[in-house]
Design a protein around this ligand. Structure first.
Ligand SMILES: O=P(O)(O)OC[C@H]1O[C@H](O)[C@H](O)[C@@H](O)[C@@H]1O
Length: 466
């Protein structure tokens, strides 16, 4: 079974291609990569709450240890940002996180982290992938002294406290609900607000390998329970984290979902207007035009990258970046890590609410008053391998001149195929790099137009399927 890396490391179906055998092949490739660049590397390993993630993490540890690499293995599930933070703090040559993030329960995966505490850069991932052909796998015995366990949480939480004013949130009288979606972000908010436990209610805060039948992706259709809880209990907000805690979803006090573009824009607004910070802004190809407009209004440069936080991370490492974010809900902030972090973003949003005394929906209204209204939605469509193979040619050889009544003014192909319209709208077709799905992303100035665009996109795919 071929091991093929995707948008972020490797994902596979547990027991089909994601097996102990294949995991040890990937671990051996990582060991070969680390040893080709360091004389005595240290590697930090973390894992989420998925089925067998802890066992796969131990397998990776034993292969690295068998190659003479010193390993620090988390003693309990951690979020990906916590693992990134530990990688940087402990001066490790690299980090490994066993997680399939937001994907359905049948998946597991491996993400690689660099010594700077963020996604491994594309060239690093390619170099590890190049070493996958190793035939001999060295595995240390279970009692090896090369593996030690550790708990990275306390230092991470102390670090967050240096960025966010927790007392401001406590003293503001805010109450909120948290949904870690049975993932590895469970318990963090309760620890951070331990001095005032009545402030926060957490749901889905135990291990459940089926994720309660809902994919751990913090988007509207998966957050019905959180939405009902927030509106029925009168909470100020609801915060939802994905399976490995690097993405954030938000529910407003009225139970309405706030999408990732809106969270990104609000955080940018807060950092500039209230924290008086500066720096360039990074967004991926599927992220809202709101970000460009907002950044321009502050005189900040915007960089656009393909989808995948590794590209944003690259820019964090080489330029002065204030904030970088993605449609998928991952946002990184200056002064933390070159990495997205759902917990930090959630705390900053609470701080914004505390600072202004405005509810999340009121903050959104202020944003719309500043830059106008933007609406967005996404559809994920299963596509046959035949249609996938024909897709680019079918669309690019005979591109539509109008879609849903809007004239196409430009076609961009940085990642997928994006049709831009004269008004602020756009429609993007892009194959997921983590699941066998075609993603249709659309933005327009009214919700009905968004749905029309998605409908026409679906018709176009149906045509290619015929
Ligand atoms: O390729 P997709 O399934 O759309 O997923 C895209 C996402 O993949 C991973 O989760 C990466 O870590 C993210 O940075 C990226 O946004």
């Amino acid at each position: 079974m071929e091991i093929k890396f995707g948008t972020d490391g490797w994902r596979g179906v547990i027991g089909y291609d994601f097996t102990a055998g294949n995991v040890s092949v990937v671990a051996q490739a990582l060991a070969d990569y680390l040893l080709s660049r360091h004389t005595q590397p240290l590697c930090v390993i973390g894992y989420d709450t998925r089925f067998m993630s802890d066992i796969f993490a131990r397998e990776i540890a034993q292969v690295l240890a068998g190659n003479g690499i010193k390993v620090l293995l988390a003693e309990k599930p951690v979020t990906s940002p916590v693992l990134s933070f530990a990688t940087r703090e402990l001066g490790a040559a690299g980090g490994v996180m066993v997680t399939a993030s937001h994907n359905p329960p049948v998946y597991n995966g491996i993400k690689f982290k660099g010594p700077y505490g963020g996604s491994a850069l594309p060239e690093t991932v390619a170099a590890i992938e190049d070493k996958l052909s190793a035939r001999v796998i060295s595995r240390a015995p279970t009692n090896t002294s090369n593996i030690e366990t550790f708990n990275p949480e306390e230092k991470y939480i102390n670090h967050l406290m240096t960025i966010v004013d927790i007392n401001k949130i406590i003293n503001s009288g805010i109450t909120f609900a948290v949904d870690p979606m049975y993932g590895s972000a469970q318990g963090y908010f309760q620890q951070i607000f331990a001095a005032c436990p009545s402030l926060v209610q957490e749901i889905h805060s135990e291990i459940n390998p089926s994720f309660g039948g809902i994919n751990p992706e913090p988007i509207a259709k998966n957050l019905g329970e959180l939405s009902n809880l927030v509106s029925s209990q009168g909470y100020t907000a609801g915060l939802a984290l994905d399976g490995d805690g690097d993405r954030l979803g938000v529910i407003c006090s009225n139970g309405i979902f706030m999408n990732s573009h809106q969270i990104f824009a609000l955080l940018l607004k807060y950092l500039v207007e209230f924290k008086h910070l500066k720096g360039a802004v990074v967004k991926t190809f599927s992220t809202s035009g709101m970000i460009d407009l907002l950044a321009a209004s502050y005189g900040l440069a915007v960089h656009e990258t393909p989808i995948g936080f590794k590209y944003i991370c690259d820019l964090f490492l080489s330029k002065d970046i204030l904030i970088g974010g993605e449609e998928s809900g991952g946002i990184g902030i200056k002064g933390h890590l070159p990495e997205r972090d759902g917990i930090l973003c959630g705390l900053l949003l609470l701080e914004y609410i505390a600072e202004t005394g405005q509810l999340p929906e009121q903050l959104l209204q202020t944003l719309f008053n500043h830059i106008g209204s933007y609406y967005y939605d996404r559809r994920d469509v299963p596509v046959s391998p035949q249609a996938k193979a024909r897709f680019n040619d079918a669309v690019l050889n005979n591109p539509p001149e109008t879609i849903a009544g809007l004239a196409v003014t430009e076609i961009k192909t940085l990642d997928g195929i994006k049709f831009c319209f004269a008004d602020k709208g756009w429609l993007l077709f892009r194959f997921s790099g983590t699941e066998p799905l075609l993603r249709l992303y659309a933005e327009a100035s009214c919700p009905a137009q968004v749905q029309k665009l998605l409908h026409e996109a679906q018709l176009l795919i149906d045509d290619i399927e015929k």
